[in-house]
Design a protein around this ligand. Structure first.
Ligand SMILES: [Mg+2]
Length: 203
């Protein structure tokens, strides 16, 4: 059995990180609404704080300053952004395989994986490019593994696996306070089951 986890808002509280970064950008004199809008645009390209701030047209020296503060924040606090159930869940399943399947900006994803310690816990990591689907990577994993469970908070990625009719157990995780946890989806409990903690997975 292989457990395949999304990273952001599945293993790691990206919402807490985003709120800290958002506050840094707003304090540099930007309107919160504009910050959120450009944040969404940057997310579609594979999010990184640099891309976001360049999109806002921020001065280069301000970008450098915020990136430095952001790096300090990650170095000091990223391990505390890992959800409390993650380490016990994986440690209790050492005889199974575990992978991270994330998507986005390679450098930014790597930085979060490294500073959070997730790369040590789960060394098997795939970072899909924003224009790819996670289903294409899951299909490749199926060539080596008979049984896969895929856990993601974002219905968009679960849908690609569902529509590809992959023989995979799909699980949506709704972490309290995370961005995608708010909206219900019509395929909840139809195409995938919904949990709020990894501890609800019994296998
Ligand atoms: Mg996610």
């Amino acid at each position: 059995m292989r457990y395949v986890y999304d990273f952001d808002s599945t293993l790691f509280s990206t919402e807490r990180l985003w709120q800290a970064e958002r506050a840094m950008i707003i304090s540099a004199g930007f309107d919160p609404e504009v910050v959120d809008e450009t944040g969404d645009q940057a997310a579609r390209l594979g999010y990184s704080p640099r891309k976001h701030m360049e999109m806002l047209g921020m001065d280069a020296d301000v970008i450098v300053d915020i990136i430095e503060r952001f790096e300090v924040l990650l170095r000091d606090d990223a391990p505390s952004f890992v959800f409390a159930d993650v380490i016990p869940f994986i440690n209790a399943r050492k005889d199974h395989s575990h992978s991270v399947l994330t998507i986005g900006d390679e450098g930014h994803q790597r930085e979060k994986l490294l500073t959070s310690g997730i790369d040590k816990l789960i060394p098997n990591i795939t970072i899909a490019r924003p224009e790819e689907t996670k289903a294409s990577h899951l299909l490749r994993m199926l060539e080596q593994e008979q049984k896969l469970i895929f856990i993601d908070d974002n219905p968009t990625h679960l849908i690609t696996a569902h529509e590809a009719k992959l023989p995979i157990d799909l699980v949506r995780i709704k972490r309290k306070g995370e961005y995608y946890a708010i909206e219900p989806h019509e395929l909840d409990d139809v195409a995938w089951r919904v949990i709020t903690s990894l501890s609800e997975i019994e296998t």
